[in-house]
Design a protein around this ligand. Structure first.
Ligand code: SF4
Length: 348
């Protein structure tokens, strides 16, 4: 359903120019940047969504991995899981529209049970969050009685409910150090678990990490050969990775950190050519916000995140489908909230 906006009106042209000012340096594909024509096509939606969100007292949170027309066209806040969880917690809006994947919208609902939470992409999955169930965590805990259990925020509400504390890529190492004992259960990212064990050893606070789950299909695709090829082709390039990448890749990189950490690293670096072993959306944000830096393709693409669009954001705001309305079973939500609150408490 197309929003009712006249074609070629001055308002539409002005909105397209606004978008083009933000997106003109941003890659749409390997060979193309966003064009004024792309922005003209997006403008009817951004105008309508921005008007409707005010009428409905809604706030739009967009994960950096969603598309730039959402991130810059309609989002009130953009960021990674942790930044958006904080914004969701502080929001006074009646409606939260979370452009991201299901576990993120679920987290927003757990933190804000009285609010209406909508997700444009419906039940968009995540290879990490979908790799483990709450029952599997309970079975793992039964095998290791007394060992605290920590889950990455990229997990379902059921998994969070079965753990003691939740973490993000930005606070995983610090919070792990604060957990009691020499052993720690960590789910559901097997690669981050290895990176965690290595980092705790490096910090002189080793723990045995008991891990289960899967991996992120975007970050797990990078191999040591990719780093070698980047360095051979672009001498002096800085290679930056997310801790969801494999340890053998991370140890070859110049910097490994969360989305926020990678952004700060690029901003503070005197170098200007970077190979980013992460999702394309983050590179798009860097292109928009740090236009003096250059980034080398290929970037990973998360097909789950890219299910969010201006069209389904408009639909979610106007006539949400059942799968766009986020509900979490109250007992699970209450237990998962304790796990998330523990993260807020330990992250300070
Ligand atoms: S990038 Fe990876 S961890 Fe993030 S939503 Fe996509 S599959 Fe999940």
């Amino acid at each position: 359903m197309l929003p009712m906006v006249e074609k070629d009106t001055p308002v539409l042209q002005e909105e397209a120019q606004r978008l083009y000012g933000l997106l003109g340096n941003v890659s749409k594909t390997k060979a193309e940047k966003w064009t004024l024509q792309d922005c003209l096509s997006a403008a009817p939606y951004t105008l309508a969504i921005n008007r409707i969100k005010k009428e409905k007292n809604a706030v739009i949170l967009a994960h950096s991995y969603t598309t730039p027309d959402l991130v810059y066209g309609v989002a009130d806040f953009r960021g990674d899981s942790y930044e958006l969880a904080l914004k969701a917690r502080a929001s006074s809006a009646e409606v939260i529209v979370f452009a991201g994947v299901w576990f993120m919208a679920e987290t927003a609902k757990i933190i804000n049970p009285a609010k209406r939470v909508l997700i444009p992409a419906g039940k968009a999955g995540c290879t990490l969050a979908d790799s483990m169930t709450g029952l599997q965590v309970q079975a793992l805990r039964a095998k290791h009685p007394g060992v605290p259990a920590m889950c990455y925020i990229n997990s379902s509400a059921e998994v969070k409910a079965a753990c003691d504390v939740c973490v993000t890529s930005g606070n995983v190492f610090d919070i792990a150090q604060k957990m009691p004992g020499n052993e720690l259960i960590f789910v559901p990212d097997m690669l981050m678990a290895e990176n965690l064990e290595n980092e705790l050893k490096r910090r002189g606070t080793p723990k045995k990490i008991i891990a289960d789950g899967g991996s992120c299909c975007v970050h797990d695709k990078y191999r040591p050969a990719d780093v070698a090829q980047l360095r051979a082709k672009y001498p002096g390039i800085k290679v930056v990775a997310h801790p969801e990448c494999a340890p053998e890749v991370c140890r070859l990189c110049d910097y490994v950190g969360s989305t926020k950490g990678m952004t700060s690293y690029v901003a503070s670096s005197e170098d200007n050519l970077f190979g980013m072993l992460t999702e394309m959306g983050l590179v798009n944000r860097l292109e928009a916000e740090q236009p003096n830096k250059k980034f080398v393709w290929p970037f990973g693409i998360c097909s789950y995140m890219k299910k969010n669009s201006l069209i389904n954001t408009f639909e979610a705001l106007t006539q949400p489908r059942a799968d766009q309305i986020v509900q979490v079973e109250p007992t699970i939500a209450a237990q998962a909230k304790k796990t998330i609150d523990k993260m807020f408490e330990l992250a300070v």
